[in-house]
Ligand binder design. Structure first.
Ligand SMILES: [Zn+2]
Length: 291
């Protein structure tokens, strides 16, 4: 083989290598989630009636995991047992968003199989730790969790903000739903206004919202009675085409399509006949309760 041919073959080989590297780089750059450390699995419970969600959150590297609101053990335990047996998770903590039976009512049964600490509000069944407002704890190596007290739906309601450096998620129980909020069973409009429009609104806008129930369709129906905007139209379209909406919208989206987070919107103020944010909050909730 002469030198020219060797040179030509080598150049061809080099350009092929360069091209494939470029392909690899182009493919990996738009997908930062490939390197994520936090994995969230939704476990639907009482589908068709309560439409609740439990959430399994795993630190991918250490496999340490927490289970949030495992209220219906027959639907949650098989997942936890399988994943534990396969070495996919090391469950460390049970977490509750509030004391209601459809959130904390599974604790005793879960404890029989996984004798672990229970983080939650003071009224949660078998609770062992009630994290203080804004206190933090870690899950595995990469996940930092912050407890946010949001009393109103119940006085012991706590939302949990999870972040792994890239991804951010907030587990909101029955305080914030996609496009709505919980009933004021143990609190008042002042408290829900603070919970939604100060505490949760101050989280980064790209925080994904994981609520305790799938209530989006009904929330959109109500929202349209008091406000028409593009964000509500988009949410309606999404809810019509997707059975599950948890984790698909962010705190930034909620500020656009959730009427309970738009108490300063002049159109809503006109619809309900009040202009002070707390009065708007109270009026919206009363209208929704009657709906
Ligand atoms: Zn509740």
């Amino acid at each position: 083989m002469n030198a020219v041919l060797v040179f030509l073959l080598m150049s061809l080989f080099a350009s092929t290598i360069r091209r494939s590297w470029r392909t690899i780089l182009n493919q990996s750059t738009p997908h930062p989630t490939l390197s994520r450390a936090m994995h969230i699995q939704s476990i639907p419970m009482w589908e068709g009636t309560g439409n609740n969600y439990a959430y399994l959150v795993v630190d991918d590297k250490s496999k340490e995991a927490v289970i949030i609101d495992p209220a219906n053990p027959p639907e949650v335990l098989p997942v936890l047992k399988d994943k534990t047996k396969n070495g996919d998770i090391k469950l460390s903590t049970i977490i509750n968003t509030h004391h209601h039976h459809d959130h904390a009512g599974g604790n005793k049964e879960i404890l029989k199989h996984f004798p672990l600490p229970i983080f939650g509000g003071k009224d949660c069944d078998s609770v062992t730790n009630t994290p203080a407002h804004k206190s933090t704890f870690s899950v595995g190596e990469a996940i930092k969790a912050t407890a946010l007290h949001t009393p109103c739906h119940t006085q012991d309601s706590i939302c949990y903000f999870f972040e792994d450096g890239t991804d951010k998620a907030v587990f909101t129980g029955d305080t914030l739903f996609i496009g709505g909020c919980g009933r004021f069973f143990e609190g008042n409009a002042e408290e829900m206004h603070e919970a939604l429009n100060e505490t949760l609104a101050s989280l980064p806008d790209d925080t994904k919202v994981y609520p305790g129930h799938e209530y989006t369709k009904g929330n959109v129906r109500f929202a349209k009675r008091v406000l028409e905007n593009d964000a509500i139209k988009k949410l309606e379209e999404f809810a019509q085409n997707n059975k599950e909406t948890q984790g698909k919208f962010t705190i930034g989206d909620e500020k656009q399509h959730n009427v309970f987070m738009r108490v300063n919107d002049p159109s809503i103020q006109k619809s309900v006949g009040y202009d002070k944010p707390v009065d708007v909050m109270r009026a919206l909730r009363e209208m929704k309760d009657r709906a």
